[in-house]
Design a protein around this ligand. Structure first.
Ligand SMILES: Cc1cc2nc3c(=O)[nH]c(=O)nc-3n(C[C@H](O)[C@H](O)[C@H](O)COP(=O)(O)O)c2cc1C
Length: 258
């Protein structure tokens, strides 16, 4: 069975899941959504998967846009894996609905819990708690792979049975504003103009202007710029200055750079 996995990842959790899944499936082509979204696509695999983080209880905008590219491959076995730091809500149901609009069927959707990376609310988890999540992730991915190998029509998972609709409403209200939420990013005086923020931005939303990053309001709110800044100079609003940054320990900045 030929499998393609399209992933979006800012701090490496979703890339790690994509890699582990490819391994557990006995091989798969792994492609970065930001790198291929505007390119010609070879969708010849029988089985096509999406792996991405949950943002505000919904899908990253770039992943929703990418689904339009898959309409060229109806009738395939599609699966998705949403990585999240706490609750995914109805993210995978949203994924299923968008696919339906393009005449595609999401056959299985899985949630994988990983360390959270939303620094405006919290810093990185302590290493022992991260290690525990990584151990569970590896087990869970093996189970997910066993279902995908059988092309199972597994459940489209959700983890907020009673209040899912409320969190979907939060996403509905917040998501149109995501591109301009970059107005709260800035570089403090630790910035040494290295340009890593420019390289890791998945949508080329950052340029250096007089040696300092400038954001151009087509943000995905992925926080790659903040987490990968070697000087920890990028801040968001007032709360991030003293907080620890995060990236998956097996993923390097070169893996994320566009
Ligand atoms: C803007 C933003 C919003 C987020 N919203 C949620 C959320 O609603 N629920 C959740 O469980 N995690 C949320 N997270 C955490 C990420 O989904 C989680 O850490 C994910 O595994 C990161 O994946 P990555 O390392 O591949 O970028 C959010 C992170 C960011 C940056």
């Amino acid at each position: 069975m030929k499998t393609q996995i399209f992933y979006f990842s800012a701090t490496g959790n979703s890339l790690k899941v994509a890699r582990d899944l490819a391994l557990a499936l006995g091989g798969a082509q792994i492609l970065s959504i930001p790198k291929v979204i505007d390119k010609e696509l070879d969708l010849s695999a029988d089985c096509i998967g999406l792996v991405y983080p949950v943002y505000m209880f919904g899908m990253p905008l770039v992943v929703s846009r990418f689904i339009a590219r898959l309409k060229a491959a109806p009738g395939k076995y599609f699966f998705s894996v949403a990585t999240c730091g706490g609750k995914a809500g109805l993210t995978l149901k949203q994924n299923q609905k968008i696919m339906q609009e393009y005449g595609l069927k999401l056959s299985a959707g899985f949630i994988v819990k990983m360390p959270g990376n939303y620094t405006p609310l919290y810093g990185a988890l302590p290493p022992e708690k991260q290690a525990e999540l990584f151990r569970k992730e590896e087990e869970r991915v093996k189970y997910i792979a066993s279902l995908i190998k059988d092309k199972s029509s597994a459940r489209i998972e959700s983890d907020m049975f009673l209040f899912g609709w409320l969190f979907s409403l939060i996403y509905k209200i917040a998501s149109p504003k995501i591109p301009v939420l970059d107005k709260d990013f800035y570089a403090d005086n630790k910035c040494d103009s290295c340009g890593v923020c420019v390289k890791v931005c998945p949508v080329r939303n950052i340029e250096l202007f007089e040696g300092k990053p400038k954001w151009f309001h087509k943000c995905e709110q992925c926080f790659a710029c903040l987490h990968w800044c070697p000087q920890k100079a990028i801040q968001y609003g007032k709360s991030t200055a003293g907080r620890t940054r995060y990236h998956h320990p097996e993923i390097k900045v070169q893996d994320i750079a566009i």
